[in-house]
Design a protein around this ligand. Structure first.
Ligand SMILES: *Cc1c(COP(=O)(O)O)cnc(C)c1O
Length: 401
């Protein structure tokens, strides 16, 4: 069943009824292969004359349900689930571009997406131009005759710059090229790029979709033709397959996605407001704050600011390290969208694949800290940050509160 309410859809949309036993929870089909009744049937499955499963890398009923649920939540025809977010990014890119083609991509991206485009794509003879993707003129002037794809994420990891999806879709449609958006930071609860005309939507399902820090997985959502192309080529032949058990864990996670995301947003809003007034913090990057440039897109393309923010400590690298090392409850870890509050240092961690000057161009300084606000009581999160900030400056002139 499909409702107009995402709260209902995260639970019911795309659910496959268990006709055999009526199980409420989706069965986990933990199998590598499928038995044919006859040689003839096996041949008919391979030729496509008969529908049905063949082999685990080509499809699995538990994985299929996850795909249908995600297509339903993102509002696309179909979806493909993969073994990691990067599996989804690479399968999507290589399904669209070939040697001799050109990609226009955001100069600020998730570190491994950037590395894939900057290193592997170029080695394979795919030309890539990185631009300030929020600047329509820059995007337009980077497009060439052989451009096949516009690639971006919004909000951009880690400094939360927001990209106008209407602009990206308009330029892509005008030029006849595919637009691809990594929607990991928002989840379909807060932002549905297809409603703005974006062609393909990628998720690291490792983050909010699963939400419990126990799975690595990816999803790509889009029209029938593109998803089929990905499944029959770059998923099947490059092989970043998701396990049925991991697909099941994400299906379970999705059922609480809307309430988790709502609480992540509420907590993050309060944490951002606390940090913004703290004397030891120079800048807070969070779209939920009116001071942030992305704030204007809230209510239009995104429902709220999300649960991730970044901030600059008013000090040096050592202060940032000291602050992080003093935290008691918040965990020093990459990843985001989990129940636990996670904190990390992009310059030395997620964005270390960047050359230092490219990192600076992407707005990632050495004192930038990224925070994924968890589901703990917000007072406990703030208290931990507060004591950490106080100790980060102990003995220094710039002591905060
Ligand atoms: C984590 C992340 C990825 C990569 O996903 P994995 O599941 O770790 O492979 C891609 N894009 C964004 C925005 C991410 O946060």
């Amino acid at each position: 069943m499909k409702s107009n309410h995402i709260e209902t859809n995260t639970i019911h949309a795309g659910k496959v009824k268990d006709k055999q036993f009526g199980a409420l929870s989706t069965p986990i089909y933990q199998t590598s292969t499928y038995v044919f009744d006859s040689t003839h049937q096996g041949g008919a499955r391979f030729s496509g004359d008969e529908q049905g499963y063949i082999y685990g890398r080509l499809g699995n009923p538990t994985v299929r349900e996850l795909e249908q649920r995600m297509a339903s939540l993102e509002g696309t025809d179909d979806a493909a689930a993969l073994g990691s977010g990067m599996g989804a990014v690479s399968a999507t890119i290589f399904a669209i571009v070939n040697a001799g083609d050109h990609i226009v991509a955001s100069n600020a991206l998730y570190g491994c997406s950037y590395a894939l485009l900057d290193h592997k794509c170029r080695q394979l003879g795919i030309d890539v131009t990185f631009v300030d993707i929020t600047n329509e003129m820059a995007v337009r002037s980077a497009i060439k005759d052989n451009t096949k794809m516009l690639y971006a994420e919004t909000p951009i990891n880690p400094n939360l710059v927001c990209v106008d999806l209407d602009m990206i879709a308009r330029v892509a449609k005008e030029k006849g090229i595919k637009s691809v958006i990594d929607n990991t930071f928002m989840s379909p609860v807060l932002q549905r790029p297809v409603e703005h005309g974006i062609d393909l939507i990628i998720h690291s399902a490792t983050k909010y979709l699963n939400g419990h820090g126990d799975v690595i997985a990816g999803i790509v959502c889009g029209d029938q033709e593109m998803i089929e192309e990905i499944k029959l080529t770059t998923l099947k032949d490059m092989g970043a397959v998701i396990s049925p058990h991991d697909a099941w864990l994400i299906i379970r996670g999705l059922k609480t996605l809307h309430i988790r995301v709502e609480r992540h947003c509420q907590n993050a809003q309060k944490v951002a407001e606390y940090l913004e007034q703290h004397p030891s913090i120079k800048t807070v990057y969070f779209p939920g704050l009116p001071s942030h440039d992305g704030h204007r897109l809230i209510g239009h393309q995104m429902k709220a600011g999300g649960g991730v923010m970044a901030f600059e400590i008013d000090g040096d690298f050592d202060n940032a390290v000291q602050f992080m090392d003093q935290l008691k409850m918040c965990k020093i870890a990459v990843s985001l969208g989990d129940a636990e509050t996670l904190i990390q240092h992009p310059a030395s961690m997620t964005h270390s694949p960047y050359e230092p000057e490219d990192r600076r161009a992407a707005g990632i300084s050495d004192t930038l800290v990224r925070l994924s606000v968890g589901l703990e009581h917000v007072d406990d999160i703030i208290e931990d940050l507060h004591q950490g900030l106080s100790k980060a400056f102990t003995g220094l002139v710039k002591t905060g509160s």
